[in-house]
Design a protein around this ligand. Sequence first.
Ligand code: CP
Ligand code: NVA
Length: 307
Amino acid sequence: MKRDIISVLDMKDDFEAILSNAAKMKKEPKKGQKPQEPLKGRVLGMVFEKPSLRTRVSFEVGMAQLGGRAVYIGPDEVSIGKRESVADVANVLSRYVNCIMYRAFSNQNMRALAKHASVPVISGLDDLEHPCQCAADMLTIMEKKGKLAGLRLAYVGDGNNVCNSLMLGAALVGMSMRAATPKDFRPNPELLAKAQEIAKQKGCTIELMSNPFQAAEGADVLYTDTWVSMGQEQEKEMRERLFLPYQVNEKLAEKASKNYIFLHCLPAHRGLEVSAEVIDGPHSVVFNQAENRMHAQKAILVAVLGR
Ligand code: CP
Ligand code: NVA
């Protein structure tokens, strides 16, 4: 049976093992040691319907470090659903590559690609989730705080794909999360219910609210993302107006715990979802977080493709 990683829930049974393997692989190869190449000879096909810096480069370099290689397939080459059906793309790619990484506009296409592909499919983001980002986020928090369970995470802004995956990831590791969003921009209700069900078993809570100051109160981790996700460009003006009270700035950060860390999946927009003081300030760990995309994804690739 192949293993797809489309949701954080696809890592529910071994999320912490993936994170600790990522932390271990980050330290390899040790000085004087030959690099291990568990994916020697394997090829990852990377299908992008949207732009990317981190996802593309971290997967490509990650595969090279694991002994394999990656092939980039951009929006102009495939144009899924227009030039060719998602099923045909899945079938064809499965004959060439050992694994597909897909950045899609819709979760529906993501699921269709995974259904028709005979090789594993890893999500590089869709409109519902960003699971690899969440793994990198948790790895970063673990490194900076020394633990995950019992911490308090405040997400402030748009209840988007990144927020959806964070709710699931936080619940899985026993971290409490408060998400403050305008009421019409709440995270996905089904994923919220799932996260709350897991949180109950793990002894933590996942709560939604409208007040960013209430969410940030005592938080160990402050997290925000763009107010205008890829594909929402036509709503830019409306969103930038509506989300203004949700900016993560020094005033909001004063509510957080003294040693809080600031995370953002990037790309960031200084002066909009986050002030320059916060993202460029001493609490920000956004570049460690970006680096950790690669380490987390290497562990995910090994979990999917095997040693
Ligand atoms: N955080 C993230 O996924 O970045 P890219 O869009 O640059 O890949
Ligand atoms: N929510 C953002 C994340 C970018 C990495 C988007 O979907 O565009």
